[in-house]
Write a protein of this length. Structure first.
Length: 626
């Protein structure tokens, strides 16, 4: 391979990977260490020295002396006054030459839980950085404190909460837990103990030998606590289950489990209520065990149990937002406060177990939930594969830190989608290999596809996936949105049949031009309004009745249009393009004249407040703005 080809490969391999290019004509750039800290504290990445980023693109200028630059780099890496940790191995730094120019490529791995925060200078409170979009930002004191807490060898949930003890536990919850434990392991010796010794074995009660302090632990209150005790000890604690199964956008949820004073809102009671609702909706064919008795538990039930327990035991229960589980007709979403303690690669590969709340993890394991061997994600994916459903999707967001697991309940390659794509693209689609077909189908079903999403689905290497995606762009099946880390791909709309074949449209219409959800009048094929709506997901199309006043009246008063936007964004994130399509307005004008103002007025909130011009920015109505 020529060195120039290597650089082409480097540029293409940055999709889904955090990559920073820096000029180094004057030696080691000072901003290098901010990016090093930011990447180490986020998902890792690559820094290329010798490339300047200009408004017109990348300028491959090279470095004056690569050997000297590498010597300075290693020297500063091992200087604790410069940076807190050296994460690099020898093969993480390499020199590449091209036509007499030298470039230094530095691969920065994600720091482990014990290494974070990685900070610049002597003070973590002022020198810790993370990555948002493609920029570095200095972490707040709260973010740094949470990283330091995760670094501790003492699990967060083993802390003794002063002035709280066994009387703050709900006796009925303790009794129900004992019964579940006995059903799982009837001969376990701990079951012979009275409640207080049993709770001590479970680390729900603890005595600190060094200080003599004794009482209820954070884990004990979370698992068994009474409503008042949880409210007083952990005022930010919150759990919420929502079912959104109605086609009527005016119906926020069809069922909800939220602390309301009618039940003890500890994790055990929440787990029972949520699992009953999730499992009750599954229509799985029963299986037989070795003795030919019916098994009511399937791989999907096991996967759901694992997913729910994971959200509860990995959550930072002092963080923002609480644990939220949402059930939709086509998916289940589970989100919890806190960051991932292992990298995405480790999580997908399995075998590495890092738990934020180890006492909670033990409690759930003893009653049959949760896995300690680092195979929990494998069980979830195996359960979904057993039904040939689309692969689970993991998302991590910052400010505040949250992790979301999306469990789609739709076919990996729906027959109607594959047929529509064959009609649309003909021979071009028919000749695709398995990975390419999956990429196009995913883009159609999920609205877009990214390199990282394809890694979750196929397990293939990032560079191989990039090659497939770019080939699909060249062949006219996909179009690329954005560049590098934020690159995403949508199905190309280059065929007159594309709109008619779209599975996002109503399937029961007798007409060749389908009627979109809502009461909108029939739109003409190939009209701008039709094209914009055709690209929306069925879930968003169901919002059309709310948007109808704005669609019918282009001179709708400002306060009324804002009211429509506020109702559209209630309890959901909508991008500017989606809102513009719904209300039939120009996207740029809608953002500048309405959305920005509504954020400033506190009516809407940004999904990514730290980077306002992010390409995938979205808006949601602030809670209480009704």
């Amino acid at each position: 391979m020529r060195q120039l080809d290597l650089f082409s490969a480097l540029q293409s391999s940055t999709e889904g990977i955090d990559t920073e290019f820096k000029s180094a004509r004057g030696g080691m750039p000072g901003s290098f260490w901010e990016s090093y800290s930011a990447m180490a504290n986020t998902q890792g990445g690559t820094i290329v020295l010798g490339v300047a980023e200009k408004p017109t693109g990348l300028v491959w200028e090279g470095v004056p002396d690569a050997a000297q630059l590498r010597t300075v780099l290693w020297g500063q890496l091992n200087d604790r006054h410069k940076v807190s940790a050296n994460l690099l191995r020898d093969d993480d730094v390499r020199t590449v030459e091209d036509e007499g120019r030298q470039f230094v490529v530095v691969n920065v791995p994600r720091a482990s839980r014990l290494q974070r925060p990685v900070f610049v200078g002597p003070n973590p409170m002022t020198g810790t950085y993370r990555r948002a979009d493609e920029g570095d930002y200095r972490c707040s004191d709260d973010e740094v404190r949470r990283m330091l807490a995760d670094q501790s060898d003492t699990p967060a949930d083993s802390q003794i909460v002063e002035h709280f003890g066994q009387p703050d536990f709900d006796p009925e919850t303790v009794r129900q837990y004992r019964n579940r434990f006995a059903s799982r392991a009837p001969d376990h010796p701990w079951l012979l103990l009275d409640d207080a010794p049993l709770l001590t074995k479970l680390s729900a009660l603890r005595r600190d030998r060094a200080t003599g302090l004794e009482g209820a632990t954070v884990a004990g209150l979370l698992m068994f606590g009474r409503f008042e005790a949880l409210r007083d000890a952990l005022p930010g604690f919150h759990v919420d289950y929502r079912e959104r199964l109605s086609d009527d956008p005016a119906v926020r949820w069809t069922d909800r489990v939220v602390p309301d004073g009618t039940w003890e809102n500890n994790l055990f009671q929440f787990y029972l209520r949520v699992m009953q609702r999730l499992s009750g909706d599954l229509k799985m064919p029963f299986q037989l065990d070795r003795e030919l008795y019916r098994k009511d538990d399937s791989a999907v039930h096991e996967a759901l149990r694992e997913a729910v327990v994971n959200a509860l035991v990995h959550a930072d229960h002092r963080g923002q937002g609480g644990v939220v589980i949402e059930r939709y007709p086509d998916r289940i979403e589970l989100s919890n406060p806190g960051s991932l303690l292992v990298s995405r690669v480790q999580l997908l590969q399995g075998g590495v177990s890092e738990c934020r709340n180890k006492s909670l993890q033990l409690m759930f394991q003893l009653m049959g939930g949760g896995d300690k061997a680092g195979s929990g994600m494998d069980k979830i994916r195996a359960g979904w594969r057993s039904q040939h459903w689309r692969s689970p999707r993991l998302e991590e967001s910052l400010q505040p830190d949250r992790v979301k697991l999306v469990l789609p309940m739709v076919s990996l390659i729906p027959a109607e989608v594959e047929q529509a794509l064959r009609q649309r693209f003909g021979e071009r689609f028919a000749k695709l290999d398995k990975t390419a077909v999956q990429a196009v189908v995913t883009a159609q079903v999920e609205g877009s596809v990214t390199n990282s999403r394809m890694q979750e689905i196929t397990g293939e290497h990032s560079k191989d996936i990039t090659s497939v995606l770019q080939s699909l762009v060249r062949d006219g099946l996909l179009t690329q949105q954005n560049q590098r880390r934020w690159a995403s791909y949508r199905v190309a709309e280059d065929s007159p049949q594309s709109c008619e074949a779209s599975p996002h449209l109503a399937e029961d219409s007798p007409q060749s031009t389908p009627q979109l959800a809502g009461d909108s009048p029939q739109l003409q094929p190939n009209s701008p309004q039709w094209d914009r709506l055709a690209g929306l997901s069925p879930e968003i199309q169901r919002l059309l009745p709310i948007a109808e006043p704005a669609r019918k009246n282009k001179k709708l008063p400002v306060d009324q249009l804002k009211g429509v936007i506020r109702r559209l964004c209630e309890e959901r994130w909508l991008a500017t393009s989606e809102l513009a399509a719904l209300v039939d307005r120009d996207a740029d004008k809608l953002q500048s004249r309405f959305l920005t103002a509504m954020v400033r007025e506190g009516v809407l909130e940004l999904k990514f407040p730290d980077v306002r011009n992010r390409p995938d920015q979205a808006y949601r109505t602030v809670a209480g703005e009704n």
